[in-house]
Design a protein around this ligand. Sequence first.
Ligand SMILES: Nc1ncnc2c1ncn2[C@@H]1O[C@H](COP(=O)(O)OP(=O)(O)OP(=O)(O)O)[C@@H](O)[C@H]1O
Ligand SMILES: [Mg+2]
Length: 278
Amino acid sequence: MRACNQNVRPAPVSVGLMSSVLELQDVTVRRGTTTILDSITWTVNDDERWVVLGRNGAGKTTLIQVAAGRLHPSSGTATILGARLGRVDVFELRPRIGLASAALADRIPPGETVLDVVLTAAYSQTGRWRERYETLDHDRAHALLNVFDVDHLAGRLFGTLSEGERKRVQIARSLMTDPEILLLDEPGAGLDLGAREELVGALAELAGDPRCPVLVLVTHHVEEIPPGFTHALLLKDGRVSAAGPVTEVIRSEQLSEAFGLALEVERRDDRFAARASR
Ligand SMILES: Nc1ncnc2c1ncn2[C@@H]1O[C@H](COP(=O)(O)OP(=O)(O)OP(=O)(O)O)[C@@H](O)[C@H]1O
Ligand SMILES: [Mg+2]
């Protein structure tokens, strides 16, 4: 079973020869007098896999919420899969966007079975109500749980899972609708070393499969950047501090600037490591 099934992707907006899946122009998000995102301009094309890094409170989750069509910018424009936010029915757009985030996980009723957690994604819902699911939906949900090695937990209640098991179930859920863009907000948080390495391996596999959606991964650790990720965005105080190809952005100078701390970044084969400069 493959995690991604899209043989032919519908062409999103054409910009020259590139197809942009996500296009933010001057996006600003304000809450009261606080500016959380400040004039973010960012384009994600359909053959790219992005990692987003930045300090606690830099605005990463807020950026992902905008990219997922769940938060409207206070000003500026967000175009997702060719649809301009504010001019499109977000309920039609949501199944095309896979999202796994702590905020979404918090909305999953702890008494829901793991299988239902994945199944309900088909209707962009959390919490099963009275929908009827087809055999095909069941098959896909089990197959995805299998890809992430958690199918044996299908009958368990979500609230009884370990952190690592929850993360894997959430990623399976986020792929249920076979989305065209997959947004993962800190999927590695709370994982032990082995589980983290398995996650990095699974994400590297998704990144290398052209049938898989465009990926945007938020992480706190450069060690979690999976091989195959092509681009990086560094956020600092709600602004883009650096953005571009991973090898140009995941460097000592750029990370030190974004984190406000002298850092040394090392690259070995296709993995990164960082520590404070001595
Ligand atoms: N509804 C809100 N009202 C006021 N401030 C908010 C609101 N939502 C977020 N913020 C603030 O905006 C800033 C960015 O929050 P965000 O969750 O996007 O950061 P983050 O980069 O994801 O941080 P972390 O690494 O801790 O997850 C934080 O300072 C946060 O306190
Ligand atoms: Mg966050």
